[in-house]
Design a protein around this ligand. Structure first.
Ligand code: BGC
Length: 833
């Protein structure tokens, strides 16, 4: 769609031709953590890249440079709404432009092979078709705003344990039908401008050197964009350069540079290969408008107003919430009957809007469930809150309402960059107790001159009690309280741990102090970062640490308080879930249980008040052993900055809970694929059978099946029709008629699954082939129309190494979920393709 014409290519080639080999090679490694070198001789300006996918972070990892925090990808996929995703992509493009970003490092289209995967929240679905549809819309929206999208991580990067080195062993058919499929569709249908090669190996070859880059991505699919390495994934000169990797990230050092120049001079890498990479890079630059005299492929997206951003994000969050259970129905709540509402649980007062790792962004604000409900219920309704239990034993970063900047009365900390001789080289006034620098400490502050970073602040106790004061990170910490050293210690990670684990779940040290309300103490945390250890380069800052402060609570008292509040309320809303320290890049989960005593809390609240709504705030499935003991369960994912407002709208019925599950919600941990490599090998032995495909084959009951989600009305499936010459290999148009049998307007996601029980080729019992949405008023009928492509019926034939459609009858079944199919029709395919 946005491929340049031949003339454009000639124009680009002419720019390549004026460059020397050194100039060309220099362009093929990043200039720093987030940018690429400019090259005036080719009319190329500096290009900036940024994560992705739940917002556009920009070049700083910093609360001072805020970004719209959109719902995480599992939530986006739960909308099943391509038009919405395309709009959201445009919002991301506008954000990118506002922040000077040319290329977004998103979307992540690896699959939910298993819910244990640490980045599950960052991927869309367990189903390749849904992933492809949502991913295509996302990329289209981003690129329509003149910003490049980077489809990542190519390929089979579906878990985190040993992610730098693991060898995913995946059979050819599974690779094609599941893991490569979303990349293929997005390259074809959205014309993605960049792809990121993953850290891991597939079938013995590391992805930055893999023949699939050329043979599949470029030659078969015609990808004309840039393949960049994941950060520090490029390990070699010749093999990577010859394998069609185009760009080594980050820079400025790496395995190319002079070594690549030498390899070209020696004839080990052809100069034509380098030229091709530079051409691709210039093509990307042209598309985003970074090349002198060349119009970008699309006009640059205009900024959105804050209120438009808020409206879009609130509506998207509401459209993603999955109403998994609604006995009674208890929801939506009748506002006029509410006098007292208890909003309970560890995820009620703190807005958990994001998962952890490179997907982190710094929202301008977040609305917690408690704040959202308080605002929506303002007049005359008493809203009580108790945390009930803690969801983590870890100390949180200090909250700014406890800290005062040393020289002033405003909240915050002073950061000092300190040289070896104690000289203060620079200062920052910050309003966060989590401090991260990736790349540089700022202009005029050479990284190698800084040997320590200090945080100076005044802590003011708001309540009397025991406070835990500490530091988290990798390296040496010394905490002084009112000038007296409280601890002086070195913290490290176990050998082999992922550096991102050091960022998201760093080791901690703390001391306790008894403080009365109003007491003030000065704190100085002196931190000497540990050498970045394998992940970073000496001349780049790679530093992250925290100042921690928390008041100890008595969990018994909180537990009892929560139960008492529930007992006296008209309705109890319990917010349980995970955090960005539980679901993150850099490590997988080792348990699917809700952390801490949350299950116990839910049961206790439900006992105290039969009108209990449980909101599960996690990016990926968790086990809900009490699911049948409470009347209402709403799955909210990590829903972005508008969380609380969207939740209030949905619970009070101003918006419908619109989501359908993009992934199976398991009833137990039984039978799920593992994320643990054995001797460096992660065998995808389950083959095609992940998610619902496995549950259906084994006839096992998940807790909530793929596609499930109730909404606020009921639907009758009235009929199904199919037309189009399937026999001749054409798309089949499917029309599903549904009637709204409830008493409010609603939106239904009609899902169509194919099955082929009598085929000669092994297939899953059913697989998703298309979906479409319908909106209708009570009593009204609507028709969902969607196309079943020949390709969605095809399988990968391992004899001929191509897609093939078996001749014969295919059953198409439409319904509300993969386990609630209401209407079927058969189509006959008579030609093999
Ligand atoms: C992640 C990528 C990310 C990159 C830059 C890597 O660790 O795997 O998804 O884009 O870092 O932050």
């Amino acid at each position: 769609m946005t491929n340049p014409t031949r003339t454009d290519d000639d124009e680009l080639q002419a720019r390549v031709d004026v460059l020397s080999l050194e100039q060309k090679v220099r362009l093929l490694t990043g200039a720093d953590f987030w940018s690429l070198y400019p090259e005036p001789a080719a009319g190329l300006r500096r290009l900036v890249v940024s994560d992705g996918p739940a917002g556009v972070r920009g070049e700083k990892w910093d609360e001072r440079e805020t970004s719209a925090n959109v719902p995480s990808p599992t939530a986006l996929a739960a909308t099943w709404d391509e038009a919405r995703l395309e709009r959201l992509g445009r919002l991301l493009a506008a954000e990118a432009r506002r922040k000077g970003v040319d290329v977004l490092l998103a979307p992540t289209v690896n699959l939910h092979r298993t819910p244990y995967g640490g980045r599950h929240f960052e991927c869309f679905s367990e189903d390749p078709l849904l992933t492809a549809r949502i991913g295509t819309a996302y990329v289209r929206g981003v690129q329509a705003g003149g910003v490049g999208a980077t489809v990542k991580h190519f390929v089979a990067n579906d878990s985190e344990t040993e992610r730098f080195t693991l060898d995913a062993r995946v059979d050819e058919r599974t690779l094609r039908e599941l893991y490569l499929a979303p990349f293929e569709v997005i390259v074809h249908e959205a014309g993605a401008w960049a792809v990121m090669a993953a850290y891991n190996s597939v079938n013995g070859t590391t992805m930055t050197e893999h023949p699939m880059l050329r043979e599949v991505l470029q030659d078969e699919w015609g990808f004309d964009g840039v393949v960049m390495s994941d950060w520090y994934a490029a390990r070699s000169t010749e093999p990577a350069a010859n394998a069609a990797l185009d760009l080594v990230m980050p820079g400025p050092t790496g395995p190319w540079g002079e070594a690549l120049v030498a390899a070209v001079r020696d004839g080990r890498v052809e100069e034509a290969a380098v030229d091709d990479k530079v051409l691709r890079l210039l093509r990307l630059a042209a598309r985003v408008g970074a090349l002198d005299g060349v119009e970008p492929s699309a006009p640059h997206a205009e900024p959105w107003s804050d209120s438009d951003v808020a409206t879009e994000l609130r509506a998207t969050a509401a459209a993603s919430f999955v109403l998994a259970r609604n006995d009674g129905p208890l929801l939506p709540l009748d506002r006029s009957a509410l006098r007292r509402v208890a909003v309970l649980g560890p995820n009620a007062a703190v807005a958990r809007t994001l998962g952890g790792g490179s997907a982190t962004v710094f929202p301008p604000y977040t609305v917690s469930p408690l704040d959202g409900l308080r605002a929506a219920l303002r007049s005359g309704v008493q809203v009580d809150h108790a945390i009930g239990v803690r969801s983590t034993d870890r100390l949180p970063p200090a909250s700014m309402d406890l800290l005062r900047h040393p020289g002033a009365s405003d909240p915050g900390v002073e950061v000092r960059f300190v040289a070896a001789d104690g000289t203060v080289l620079g200062r920052e006034h910050r309003t966060s107790a989590t401090l991260t620098w990736l790349g540089s400490f700022g202009e005029d502050l050479p990284v190698s001159d800084v040997t320590a970073i200090e945080v100076h602040t005044r802590l003011r106790a708001l309540e009397t009690g025991t406070y835990l004061l500490g530091g988290s990170g990798l390296g040496h910490f010394r905490l002084a309280i009112d000038g007296a050293v409280a601890f002086d210690t070195t913290l490290g990670l176990p050998e082999g741990a992922d550096p991102v684990e050091g960022m998201m779940r760093p080791p901690q040290q703390s001391v306790s102090a008894e403080l009365d309300a109003g007491d003030e103490v000065t704190l100085v945390l002196h931190y000497q970062p540990q050498a970045a250890g394998g992940f970073g380069e000496a001349d780049l800052a790679m530093v992250t640490f925290q100042l921690n402060v928390a008041r100890q609570i008595s969990e018994e008292e909180e537990f009892e308080r929560a139960a008492a509040l529930a007992r006296n309320a008209d309705v109890a809303i319990v917010l349980v879930g995970t955090t960005e320290e539980v679901e993150s890049e850099g490590f997988d989960r080792d348990s699917l249980d809700l952390p801490g005593r949350q299950d116990e809390l839910v049961r206790r609240i439900a006992e105290a008040n039969p009108r209990t709504v449980v909101v599960v705030n996690s990016g990926a499935p968790v086990l809900l052993p009490w699911a049948d003991e409470v009347p209402a369960v709403l799955l909210s994912w990590f829903p972005g900055q508008e969380f609380g407002n969207a939740l209030a709208e949905v619970l009070l019925g101003d918006a419908e809970a619109g989501g359908r599950l993009p992934t199976t919600w398991p009833a137990s941990a039984e039978g799920l694929p593992s994320t643990q490599p054995v001797d460096g090998v992660l065998a995808y032995d389950e083959g095609l059978f992940i998610g619902y495909r496995a549950y259906d084959r084994d006839e096992r009951e998940p807790l909530y099946p793929f596609g499930h989600g109730l909404g606020y009305t009921t639907w009758e499936y009235v009929g199904i029709e199919a037309s189009g010459d399937a026999a001749a290999g054409e798309d089949v148009a499917v029309r599903v008629r549904v009637r709204n049998t409830g008493n409010r307007r609603g939106r239904e996601v009609c899902q169509v699954y194919a099955s082929r029980p009598d085929g000669a080729v092994q297939r899953p019992p059913r697989w998703l082939v298309c979906s479409a949405t319908v909106e209708a008023d009570p009593g009204q009928e609507g028709t969902a129309e969607a196309a079943v492509s020949a390709r969605s019926l095809a399988h990968w034939d391992v004899e001929s190494h191509r897609w093939a459609v078996e001749r014969g009858t295919y059953r198409l079944s439409a319904g509300r979920s993969s386990r609630d199919l209401r209407q079927s029709i058969e189509i006959i395919v008579d030609c093999e393709r």
